[in-house]
Design a protein around this ligand. Structure first.
Ligand code: ADP
Length: 197
């Protein structure tokens, strides 16, 4: 299974990705996690990304595209992967198309976690209040709101991009965590059975 999760910050992509990884024995490729690791290790990429991430902006496309391209070449991706947090711009999505083609791979589906904005702001504010001085430099109310704005401006167009390719499935992200997982698994089962039909 090669798939991606699409949805705003706070939609629960990370939680769901972890469950899909366990169920399908595939790897989670989170550009957020990869970039945070680079920041912690103070690599050249990390040094470049640190301030950008802290304020909730996007790291340059060229940087994340290279990170993902390298990661896709690692042997543990052979059984499949779930992209979480990438692509985030149309340019990244086009680059991903080119990368996959070059590597002879094909995306099976994109799952959109649909969440309404008011609920999202509440979740975001809750998360900010719980993570005061916590692990993530960008989990403060300002950076979270910025991330939501960036999502609307830059990432949301990807929903139409993948719908246009016939690769979009939408799941109601306002359900309980377990019900969201059940809905995602049902959607993935449909993809799997149509692939083998
Ligand atoms: P979220 O919880 O908002 O989904 P992530 O952990 O996916 O956050 O990403 C955190 C930050 O890392 C983003 O706000 C951005 O600065 C950077 N980042 C992650 N993925 C990308 C990407 N594909 N393109 C550009 N920047 C990215």
């Amino acid at each position: 299974m090669r798939m991606m999760l699409l949805g705003p910050p706070g939609a629960g992509k990370g939680t769901q990705a972890q469950r899909i990884v366990d169920a399908y024995d595939i790897v989670q490729l989170s550009t957020g996690d990869m970039l945070r690791a680079a920041v912690a290790a103070e690599t050249p990429v990390g040094l470049q990304a640190k301030e950008i991430m802290a304020r909730g902006d996007l790291v340059p496309d060229s940087v994340v595209i290279q990170i993902v391209s390298d990661r896709l070449d690692e042997p543990d991706c052979a059984n499949g992967f779930i992209l979480d947090g990438f692509p985030r711009t149309v340019a990244q999505a086009e680059a991903l198309d080119a990368l996959l083609e070059e590597k002879g791979l094909r995306l099976d589906t994109t799952i959109e976690l649909a969440v309404d904005d008011t609920a999202l702001l509440q979740r975001i504010e809750k998360r900010a209040s719980e993570t005061v001085g916590g692990a993530r430099a960008d989990d403060n109310a300002d950076a979270l709101k910025k991330r939501l704005d960036v999502y609307h401006a830059q990432t949301k167009p990807l929903i139409d991009f993948y719908r246009g390719k016939g690769l979009l499935m939408s799941v109601d992200g306002m359900q309980s965590i377990d019900d969201v997982t059940t809905s995602i698994m049902a959607a993935l089962d449909r993809v799997k059975s149509s692939a083998t039909a």
